[in-house]
Design a protein around this ligand. Structure first.
Ligand SMILES: [Mn+2]
Length: 489
């Protein structure tokens, strides 16, 4: 990738490289000259790049508008909410991590770029003679930046393409907050600010780390802070038809990845080769990203819950646990399958596998509207405890935690561990059901069980008619997995 010309980088980014002040001012002067020169040569001939939307299967703009209204309806009089876009995270020098919008911001706006904020005002503010209750702040378009990092929507495009009532330059946010906060008694923030966040303080390009809460309290000492998250969690927990359509797409693409991976598995492959087959199918199916780092663990690595190194060489008699999900238009799948590299489970592996499958069946059956959130875990845990007792792997049901040390379910949506209330299960919410049994080497049981790690995970839609397995088309039973693995890649 091309490197950013050092003189085009603002001096603030190079501060650490400057050992003395004199050198800094020389740098600053050269930067200003370079910028001036660039503006003189580029500006007169620079036409705007065209903003294009290539995907037409996203969430309709009217839906975003309705979501913002529902948040506003949950807020008391004289209140405001500020929801910030995610920050760009620097990887090293002038290379950043790929940007991913914060899920709350995506949920409320569909706006996919950084340096943006949504302000919701319960009683509205008057701008140019009109009263607005939702104002989006986005950075203004700059051809020089777009040349490097891609075309973005500015305030005009945000209004026309995303159906936002009004959008203002991000640089005007601090001044606008100063203007509006005197009329506000309650300020909602995504979470109560305990850590520093980056907000523009003065000027356009100067950023300093400040504690947002302290800064805001300086403007208004009596301001009461509340969290936006409980309101958003309740909304995000229940999915609408468009969300379920995008989730099914993410799940379909993910199932294709899992199928291809199991078909391609040959003893001796590295874990990362399996990961490569998986993620190739994700990208080929149109997924923008993975919803979380792919977990592909063989043998003892299958016993590590969030193993992501994926470097080990596999062997025939080993199990591989693949917990991988594609992200499509912001929504993620979360699917785990465990398969034998040889294509055939050993008798002991099959025994443990059948326990986890039975536990999962039991957990899925418990995923009914109105049931307590923990119902799936109770059901799955009871099966695992009973069966491990029968095998003599544990001698006390309380010891089930030693081999099944995580919960069975979490919400799924924009985040792999999605927002939700953890209250009774609601129709049109999606949860995972993912029991597991992990028996690392050295465990206090017969060593024939050592290094067996099994998890089976599916994505379950709660409906009035009972649970619907959105990833049910992917083989789950041991014999179905074996049959799939005999197929050519
Ligand atoms: Mn999961």
């Amino acid at each position: 990738m091309p490197a950013l010309d050092v003189w085009m980088r603002p001096p603030s980014q190079r501060l650490c490289e400057c050992v003395d002040k004199k050198r800094y001012f020389v740098d600053m002067l050269r930067f200003l000259l370079a910028t001036l020169l660039a503006l003189c040569t580029v500006a007169p001939m620079a036409a705007q790049f065209a903003v294009e939307i290539h995907d037409t299967d996203g969430i309709p703009t009217a839906t975003y508008h309705m979501r913002r209204l529902r948040v506003l309806e949950s807020m008391p009089a004289r209140s405001a909410a500020v929801i910030l876009a995610a920050d760009v995270r620097n990887r090293q020098n002038d290379v950043d991590y790929e940007f991913r919008q914060s899920s709350n911001f995506l949920y409320l706006t569909g706006f996919p770029y950084p340096d943006a904020a949504l302000v919701l005002l319960r009683d509205g503010v008057t701008l140019n003679g009109n009263v607005y209750r939702e104002i989006l702040f986005v950075r203004e378009r700059k051809r020089e930046r777009e040349q490097w990092t891609g075309v973005e929507m500015g305030p005009d495009e945000a209004m026309s393409m995303l159906g936002i009532d009004t959008a203002l330059p991000f640089s005007s946010l601090p001044d606008r907050l100063k203007e509006w906060l005197p009329e506000v008694d309650t300020l909602y923030l995504p979470s109560l600010p305990t850590k520093s966040v980056r907000v523009p303080l003065v000027g356009k390009n100067l950023y300093v780390d400040v504690d947002l809460k302290k800064q805001l309290q300086k403007l208004r000492t009596t301001l009461e802070f509340k969290m936006t998250m409980p309101i958003l969690a309740a909304l995000r927990e229940v999915k609408d038809a468009d969300e379920l359509r995008l989730m099914q797409k993410a799940i379909d693409v993910s199932m294709a990845g899992h199928r291809a991976t199991m078909r391609a598995a040959r003893p001796g492959m590295k874990e990362y080769e399996l990961e490569a087959v998986m993620e190739y199918e994700f990208k080929r199916g149109g997924a923008e990203d993975v919803g979380y780092p792919s977990i592909v663990g063989s043998k003892y690595n299958a016993c590590i819950l969030h193993y992501t190194a994926n470097r080990r060489r596999t062997a025939a008699q080993e199990l591989v646990l693949a917990d991988c999900g594609a992200e499509y238009h912001g929504y993620t799948a979360d699917i785990t399958r465990t398969f034998p590299m040889s294509g055939r489970f050993t008798q002991d592996q099959r025994t443990i596998y059948s326990i986890v499958l039975e536990a999962q069946d039991s957990g899925i059956a418990a995923a009914r509207a109105g049931a307590p959130f923990r119902a799936t875990h109770e059901a799955a845990k009871n099966v695992v405890a009973r069966r491990l007792m029968e095998l003599g792997i544990i001698s006390d049901v309380a010891d089930v935690k030693k081999y099944f040390m995580h919960g069975t379910s979490h919400y799924l949506g924009l985040d792999v561990h999605d927002a939700g209330t953890s209250g009774p299960l609601k129709t049109n919410s999606v949860i995972t059901v993912e029991p597991g049994v992990y028996i690392p080497e050295g465990s206090a049981c017969d060593k024939r069980w050592w290094n067996i790690g099994v998890r089976i995970e599916d994505d379950i839609l709660i409906t009035d008619e009972g649970p619907v397995n959105m990833s049910g088309a992917l083989p789950r039973r041991a014999e179905d997995i074996e049959a799939l693995m005999t197929q050519e890649p």
